[in-house]
Write a protein that binds this ligand. Structure first.
Ligand code: ATP
Length: 341
């Protein structure tokens, strides 16, 4: 069985300003999206994620190359045929006036309805299924303009689902959402892609979630180069580290976390193990200290837990002091930092 839903060959994307002037955003993109896969499109601001999504959605012509959806040139598909196969959700909030969430989701059926937009009982069943699939049954009667960002995003996804596409493209679906809602939407998309056997490509700045949830990552880097692989492949080949180094953050290949470039202010030994020591280490690194386990350093910290409290015993140049919180500890270290070697 051929499980390729979308395929691009030697695609160059960008903007034609005039007959002579062309702004190339990325070139030579040969990539595929397969059934049942959630793919995250990552890259710095302005690198070309939205341009790529619009080109794949058939609303911005490529400069060069081809986009094929189920083997057909996307630019030759009639709009209604395209809408039956592909749905696109953009970041911008749509102003829909006074419209219920149900009515908005029902608009997803437009490629299938007659000229008057009349829903058949099959259409109604699909709209109901789409709303249930995103867990938004209790929102159906609400006015869209009264929904929160997260609730509206679910309704937009339900609308796209009601289109019964084989491919969903989403431009930053988690923008404007708080962390629990971002996790919820990403997990929802991951479940949907498995259940429906569609393909989903979404752009995001949520690097951590993408690393945890994507089946594949498309990482667009400066100069318009697209790196493709399982998240772990891009980590192991060093592509991830390299791509984010220039962005002022450092990717730690051992923990999978991103760290800010912090100027190094000194060396600290940290004694002990366990969760409290782990958080102490994070605090010290955030404050710019390199943590070592050598107990002979000029500055040595021990995390001590008693039944009543946790405190930090600090030995510095022979003197011993006690700090009662991480905040106090870091303030103390900031004072002695210029003197620590
Ligand atoms: N209509 C346009 N005409 C010419 N250049 C454009 C146009 N729209 C965007 N660009 C440029 O194309 C490049 C890619 O923009 P795009 O919006 O695709 O980036 P992005 O990766 O989606 O960014 P962000 O993460 O900030 O949303 C940018 O340099 C942008 O300035």
């Amino acid at each position: 069985m051929n499980d390729v839903i979308l395929h691009t060959s030697n695609l160059t994307i960008g903007y034609k300003r005039s007959r002579r002037a062309t702004r190339i955003v990325a070139s030579d993109i040969s990539a595929s999206l397969n059934t049942g896969e959630l793919v995250c499109l990552l890259g710095a601001n302005g690198v070309g994620k939205s341009t790529l999504l619009r080109t794949l959605a058939g609303i911005q012509p490529p400069i060069k190359g081809k986009v094929q959806l189920q083997g057909k040139d996307i630019y030759k598909l009639a709009p209604q045929e395209l809408a039956k196969r592909l749905s696109l959700i953009l970041t911008e909030k749509v102003e829909v006036g006074i419209l219920s969430a149900y009515a908005l989701v029902a608009m997803g059926r437009y490629p299938y309805t007659d000229w008057w937009g009349k829903l058949t009982s099959k259409d109604e069943k699909i709209v109901k299924w789409a709303i249930e699939s995103v867990g938004a049954t209790d929102l159906a009667k609400r006015n869209v303009s009264e929904l929160s960002d997260g609730e509206r995003q679910k309704i937009m996804i339900a609308r796209a689902l009601a289109q019964e596409p084989v491919l969903m493209l989403l431009d930053e679906p988690t923008a404007f959402l708080d962390l629990p809602r971002r996790v919820e939407i990403m997990q929802l998309l991951r479940c949907l892609v498995r259940e429906t056997n569609q393909a989903i490509l979404l752009s995001t700045h949520d690097l951590d979630l993408a690393l945890r949830l994507a089946d594949k990552v498309w990482l667009l880097t400066e100069g318009g180069f697209l790196h493709i692989g399982a998240p772990e492949d891009l980590v192991l080949t060093g592509v991830f580290t390299e791509a984010f180094q220039s962005e002022g953050v450092e990717f730690d290949v051992y923990t999978g976390e991103f760290h800010l470039h912090t100027p190094i202010r000194g060396k600290v030994s940290l004694l002990g193990e366990g969760m409290k020591v782990m958080w102490t280490k994070r605090g010290l690194q955030r404050a710019g200290f390199v943590v070592v386990s050598d107990s002979n350093s000029q500055l040595c910290i021990e995390v001590i837990s008693t039944s009543e409290k946790v405190f930090w015993q600090v030995r510095y140049n022979g003197a011993v002091s006690e700090q009662n919180s991480m905040y106090e500890l870091i303030r103390f270290l900031n004072k002695v930092a210029p003197l620590v070697r």
